[in-house]
Design a protein around this ligand. Structure first.
Ligand code: IPM
Ligand code: MN
Length: 368
């Protein structure tokens, strides 16, 4: 399927994008993101892949042979919806596709921007949009997600389950360096510089892993002696509290896979819930993947009520990553208008369906 080739002046500049809508609400929100990408006139060629629960249930294939190699070779970016389906209780397909993409394609930096578009979306009192503008940079390939471990004496009273937390020097160093580079090279929405990199761990209890993160953080920070970047550290429990008490305190947060998973959901709660949260799974120089942070949400799926903005904002992130900053800005501005004018789904206060909210944003983008 080839879509959105209109307005392409220079065909060689067209970016090839793999689209995997996946399961549940992924199938509803991704078409909205595609509509908006097309409305922005982005020079892209989109190819859909049917990976997900339906495919798995029909032929037991989660990722076809060479699937990841094809994505890495033939596409500049991947736009993903969500995976997870109650008909596959183990969700083995979700694990193999989503976590497989992250680890086998070595997409080591999970970048989750947290921005409040309108004060009404934040559950905290007295918080304005300018108060919440930070990013969670989550290590995306190791930690407890490495799936190392096992069970012993399963089903007996003596059962033992071990889940290893893998932290490699290389993995820790590259994500921390990514965070410093991000801090140095990205501005806040209001144009002010990012000032702080905060490393979050649990080194008071997890001494081996935490010790490595502590040492590497100090070493990498020392490589930026002339920058104005301030370095900070917080234990993850304290960070969770602080994020709720004063979200103004953050610019760039870097942490491991598990803590990043948890605090990015907490952070999403500050910006209007999971429906608003966008993300990129990146490895500079490689094919990167963009996805809304919400999952497949089975109870919500198929009702035209899922918020499409997380997917649309993820598409904008993708376009910005591919060098289409103008298109990305147009899309973000249109979503901001939609939020302010309540042209949204009910989760963030509007009365529109998924499709109608997508239509509104697409219409706004094409009129800009
Ligand atoms: C996320 C999700 C995934 C994760 C799940 C679906 C495995 O919660 O992208 O944050 O834990 O990484
Ligand atoms: Mn998560």
């Amino acid at each position: 399927m080839v879509l959105g080739c209109a307005n392409v002046a220079n065909v060689s500049a067209t970016k090839r994008i793999a689209v995997i809508a996946g399961d549940g609400v992924g199938k509803e929100v991704i078409p909205q993101a595609i509509k908006v990408i097309e409305a922005a006139g982005a020079a892209v060629e989109l190819t859909s892949f049917d990976w997900g629960a339906d495919r798995y249930l029909s032929d037991r294939v989660t990722v076809p042979p060479d699937g990841f190699a094809t994505l890495g070779r033939d596409f500049e970016a991947i736009l993903v919806g969500a995976f997870g389906d109650p008909r596959v209780p183990s969700n083995i397909h979700a694990k193999e596709i989503l976590l497989g993409m992250r680890s086998k394609m070595d997409l080591y930096a999970n970048v989750r921007p947290v921005r409040l578009m309108d004060a009404s979306l934040c559950p905290l009192k007295g918080i304005e949009p300018k108060d919440i503008d930070f990013v969670v940079i989550r290590e995306n390939t190791e930690g407890v997600y490495g799936d190392l471990g096992g069970v012993f004496k399963q089903g007996t009273p003596d059962e033992v389950a071990i889940q290893e937390d893998v932290n490699t020097r290389k993995g820790v160093e590259r994500i921390i360096r990514y965070a410093f580079e991000y801090c140095a090279n990205n501005k806040k929405i209001d144009g002010s510089p990012q000032l702080r990199v905060l490393m979050c761990d649990k080194s008071n209890a997890m001494t081996h892993a935490g010790g490595l993160w502590q040492r590497v953080f100090k070493e990498v920070a020392a490589e930026y002696p002339n920058s104005k970047i301030e370095t900070q550290h917080m234990y993850v429990d304290a960070l969770a509290m602080q994020m709720v008490r004063d979200p103004r305190a953050f610019d760039v947060i870097v942490t491991n896979n598990m803590f990043g998973d948890i605090i990015s959901d907490l952070a999403a709660g500050l910006q209007g819930g999971l429906g608003m949260a966008a993300s990129g799974n990146l490895h500079p120089g490689k094919t990167s993947m963009f996805e809304p942070v919400h999952g497949s949400a089975p109870p919500v799926a198929g009702k035209n009520i899922a918020n499409p903005f997380g997917a649309i904002l993820s598409a904008a992130m993708m376009l910005a990553h591919l060098g289409m900053a103008g298109e990305a800005q147009k899309i973000e501005a249109a979503v901001l208008d939609a939020v302010r004018q309540r042209k949204t789904t009910a989760d963030i206060g509007g009365a529109l369906g998924t499709r109608e909210a997508g239509d509104w944003v697409a219409q706004k983008v094409s009129s800009r």
